[in-house]
Every structure is written in C-alpha cells, then in structure tokens.
Design a protein around this ligand. Structure first.
Ligand code: DAH
Length: 346
C-alpha cells in the first residue's frame, strides 16, 4: 500500500496545469479524482482501516502527505487560474474603461489663446521670446530715459546689475518681444506676443509679481492711427461681444507717440454704471499707440519709410472682466474649486 501511495504523490506533483486543455473542468476533475467522495484518498482510507496496527503509523503519515500534496496542488491551480483571468482582463481592449476625470486648461491659457485667435484672424502671427532679458531689449531700444522708474530695483527683478555691465532682468513687459522681432525681420510685420512678465510688487487681490501680457505690433508702409483704432474696435467686439464700444484716452508710454489707453463700455452693466466700472460705465483695458520713430530706428527700421502701431494688455485683467473674477491670487493658488469652473471651456 505504501508504494501505491507514493506513486499517487508523484503523479500529483508531476501534474502540470499548463497541459490542461479545458482548464476549469480539468481542475475540477483533478479534485474529484483525489479528494472527491469516491476519490483516491477516501478509497485508500477504507483500506487503511484494515491494515495491521504496527503499519498504521507509517501508512497514516504517508496518507497525510498524499492529502497535503493534493490540496497544495489544487491551491496552485486556483492561483494560476486567477492570475490568468486578471491578465485576460487587463488585455481585453473591448472592456469598458473606468471613468477618468477630464482635465481642463487654465483660465489664463484659455484667455490668452482666445486673444491670439482673434488677432490671427486678421493676419497676426504669434511671436515668443526670452523671459530673462537685457537692458537694451527691455528699456533702451524702447526709448526709456535713463532715469525711468522701471529701471529701478523697486519695480524690476534684476538678475545682474553691475557697474559697467549690461543689466539683465526678468522681463517687466512683453514689449521687449517687439524689439527682438523688429531687429530680426523686415516689414511688413504683424505679430502678437503672449507671455509671462515679472514685477517687483507685493501680492494682493489686485497685483501679483508674476502675470501675463499680450503685445501686438504692426509695422508697414502707411500704417496710421485709423488702422490702430479699427483693430482695437474689432478686437473689443470679438472679445467682449458685438454691443461693445471703445473710447481712447491720451496717455504716455516711452515707446509710442502718440499714446493712448483704451476703455471698453462696461460689459457687466452695459455702460449704466456699476461697482465693477466704479459707476463710470467704462473699463480700462489696454495701452497702445503709434510706434515711436526712435524705436523703429533703434531696431534698424527706416522710420521715414515705415510706421506702425503697438498695443499691450494684461491677460489677468481680461480674464477678470470676462469671467468676473474678483481676486488675482485665485489664478495661482490651484484651488480645484476655482479651476473646475472653466472645465467646459476648450
Ligand atoms: N508695455 C506696457 C506695460 O507693460 C503696455 C503697453 C502699452 C504696450 C502701450 C504697448 C503699448 O505695446 O503700445 O504697461
């Protein structure tokens, strides 16, 4: 009887599930064969009852080994079947997927893209440039006088400011891109420059040390203030709606002459006066003007042959007015409750 038991143990240990053709059914057959009611184990146990007492210890141990071997094998089969099922699940490309949350663009990107898109419809292309800029491109070529406050540490983050060396700073405005484009291209030039700018300001609901601007520049023969005005009106209507009106107020920028600031009719109260427009019915939107001939010359463009207009606007302010956002800090805090409100905007 012992030889018979050992033979069965060997048989069990040598059984390979990989050889099964109908795995689930054959695993069950295997179980019935060894551990079923009329299976090998029970039959041997019946025989065991009749063996002489002196053999019982040895045969009992062998029978236990047989039972353990069969149980272990069945356990091994089950694990094998389970892991097969799992990997089949992983590779089943027809299975419905779990719902994954959709991300969305940041509202500032949405607004910047929208501005770029409006200008691209009238022939402007996007120009990008460096965020760490030298004095020439930030100030000198743009006709800033040597003692202009923007050149002061209090307004500008200087990276290098040493006697006798070209000063280097984080750009304070995207107007520096105008200079780079004019230096490297011949008119006609029609670009917009969206990008990040930096100023040494205390962070509050109305100011931040990092923000975004979009600059536009058009240089060609016979560009006039009328072209600027038409472009501004077109932009305001596309951005804030057909009913939008604009007005220009005289202003001053070193790089434009004449210069102006543009207001739009308040899109919240429709011009009647509310707390957003402080009762005036108008909202200040951007700075603009005709490119100063000194700037054209500094960039190697003949100011007798060519003229141009430029404009620059703050993206945070645009988004505030468009979506009635009251606090600038919300843009940078990454609070999902804020960000998710723009989820449906592409
Ligand atoms: N660079 C100006 C600023 O940061 C904005 C600006 C005003 C840009 C007038 C222009 C312009 O191109 O013509 O405040």
């Amino acid at each position: 009887m012992k030889a018979e038991i050992l033979e069965y143990i060997k048989e069990i240990q040598e059984t390979r599930i990989e050889k099964f053709k109908d795995t689930a059914a054959e695993v069950e057959q295997f179980r019935i064969k060894y551990l079923g009611k009329n299976g090998v184990m029970n039959q041997l146990f019946e025989q065991f009852k009749t063996v002489p007492n002196e053999q019982k210890k040895e045969l009992g141990q062998a029978l236990n080994q047989l039972k353990t071997a069969a149980q272990q094998k069945i356990e091994e089969f089950k694990n094998y079947v389970e892991s097969k099922e799992e990997s089949a699940h992983l590779h089943d490309l027809t299975m419905p997927t779990d719902f994954s949350e959709l991300g969305s663009r940041h509202v500032l990107s949405v607004v910047m893209n929208e501005i770029s898109e409006i200008f691209s419809r009238i022939g402007f292309t996007v120009a990008e440039s460096v965020e760490i800029e030298d004095d020439w491109h930030l100030f000198s070529a743009l006709n800033f006088p040597p003692d202009h406050p923007a050149r002061d540490m209090q307004d500008t983050f200087f990276v290098e400011k040493e006697e006798g060396k070209q000063e280097v700073a984080l750009r304070t405005h995207t107007s520096s891109v105008q200079v780079r484009v004019m230096e490297n291209n011949k008119p006609p030039i029609r670009i917009i420059a969206p990008g990040r700018v930096f100023r040494n300001e205390a962070i509050s609901a109305r100011a931040h040390c990092i923000f975004h601007q979009v600059e536009a520049l058009y240089v060609d023969k016979k560009v006039t203030f009328a072209d600027l005005k038409q472009t501004l009106l077109y932009f305001a209507k596309e951005m804030f709606g057909e009913q939008t009106q604009i007005r220009l107020r005289p202003s001053y920028f070193p790089f434009t002459e004449p210069s102006a600031e543009m207001d739009i009719s308040c899109n919240i109260c429709g011009g009647k006066g509310c707390n957003i427009c402080k009762g005036t019915g108008w909202l200040e939107i951007l700075g603009c003007g005709m490119v100063d001939p000194n700037v054209l010359e500094a960039c190697g463009i003949d100011s007798k042959q060519y003229s141009g207009f430029a404009l620059g606007m703050g993206v945070e302010r645009m988004a505030m007015l468009k979506y009635q956002i009251r606090d600038l800090r919300l843009y940078f805090e990454n609070d999902l409750r804020f960000l998710k409100q723009f989820e449906s905007i592409i």
